[in-house]
Design a protein around this ligand. Structure first.
Ligand code: PEP
Ligand code: MN
Length: 338
């Protein structure tokens, strides 16, 4: 349920309303917007009588929320959430960022070289997997804790914030110098992991599961936010369909759908969505055109020798060209399409 407050409602009146609501054992989330302030009520609101609420002088309107997700619902928080990853690096609410780097961290030289290259091309965050969720236990599993150390070296060398995947809540202490913790597609519904990530403050990049609906994905974000962490970035990375020409099918429709349903920023991963290098650029441009808040793109300095996902990795030169086109599209979107 959301209670829309009258503009400039006196604080004493709002306090009186909040005191009345205390009897119902609900979580109350107050959102103060530029034009509208809202009290969002989470929990069983069946005993709350709308007509009684409307008698409070500070109440403009009351609406019941049908969707099962509350805290991430746009009706609870009409202004877009802006996640500040590092000073000056914001995502959402008109702020667009590109995250780039290899699928996996392999060596110190590799990660620093790629970091320097992608930074020159305009990427503002560095990606690189240290703990890798591989389909086969015989495939390269990542450098694990050592990979995180190498990412920190690359961060020191370039100043770029680092984005990397967590596979177990037990590893959280190792992530203390990581700027954005990624939850991979395979862990989107690992609810214990989501709860643990909700109890800390670092931004979470929550990828969509391989075969999950938008509502299930938003419920996973709700798990994180209901524990107290509002810093969530959603990432559409393609879903399983009958199509085999691409690794997954990029659900571009998810972007406008999410823009309507949630206040959280949404980025697109055209690398895992397609699995094919030459399709990454057109889908990256399409994502920028359709209103995504950013992109995450795999780049490797020697894709043929990459230990993971070489076929979908761009070379630094290809990434540089792609970035030029992304910038043009962003420019067009913000100037001509607005
Ligand atoms: C990744 O980003 O390296 C990754 C494994 O992605 P996903 O979880 O989307 O498959
Ligand atoms: Mn990958």
């Amino acid at each position: 349920m959301v209670i829309i407050l009258k503009e400039n409602a006196p604080a004493v009146e709002v306090q009186a309303l909040e005191q009345y609501l205390e009897a119902f054992d609900l979580q109350i989330k107050e959102t103060v917007g530029e034009h509208m302030s809202i009290l969002g009520l989470i929990g069983d609101t069946t005993a709350v009588d709308i007509d009684t609420l409307l008698t409070f002088p500070c109440v403009e309107d009351v609406r019941r929320i049908q969707e099962p997700y509350k805290a991430v619902n746009k009706k609870f928080h009409p202004e877009p959430t802006v996640v500040e990853v590092a000073p000056g690096i914001k995502i959402g609410g008109g702020n667009f960022q590109v995250i780039a780097g290899p699928c996996s961290v392999e060596t110190e030289e590799q990660i620093i070289e790629v970091a320097e290259d992608v930074k020159k091309s305009g990427a503002t965050m560095l990606r690189g997997g240290a703990f890798k969720p591989r389909t086969s236990p015989y495939s390269f599993q990542g450098l694990r804790a050592n990979g995180l150390e190498l990412l920190e070296e690359a961060k020191k060398a370039t100043g770029m914030p680092i984005v990397t995947e967590i596979m177990s809540a037990a590893h959280l202490p190792l992530f203390k110098n990581v700027d954005v913790i990624q939850v991979g597609a395979r862990n989107m519904q690992n609810f214990e992991l989501l709860k643990a990530l909700g109890k800390q403050e670092k931004p979470i990049l929550l990828k969509r599961g391989l075969a999950n609906t938008i509502e299930e994905w938003l419920m996973s974000a709700e798990y994180i936010m209901s524990e107290g962490n509002p810093n969530i970035i959603l990432c559409e990375r393609g879903i399983r369909t009958f199509e085999t020409a691409t690794r997954n099918t990029l659900d571009l429709s998810a972007i406008p759908v999410l823009k309507e349903k949630t206040h959280l920023p949404v980025i697109v991963d055209p690398s895992h969505a397609t699995g094919v290098r030459q399709y990454v650029e057109p889908l990256a441009i399409a994502a920028a055109a359709i209103g995504a808040d950013g992109l995450i793109i795999e780049v490797h300095n020697d894709p043929q020798k990459a230990l993971c996902d070489g076929a979908q990795s761009l070379t630094p030169e290809q990434f540089d060209n792609t970035m030029k086109k992304i910038k043009k599209m962003r420019n067009f979107v913000t100037t001509e399409l607005n």
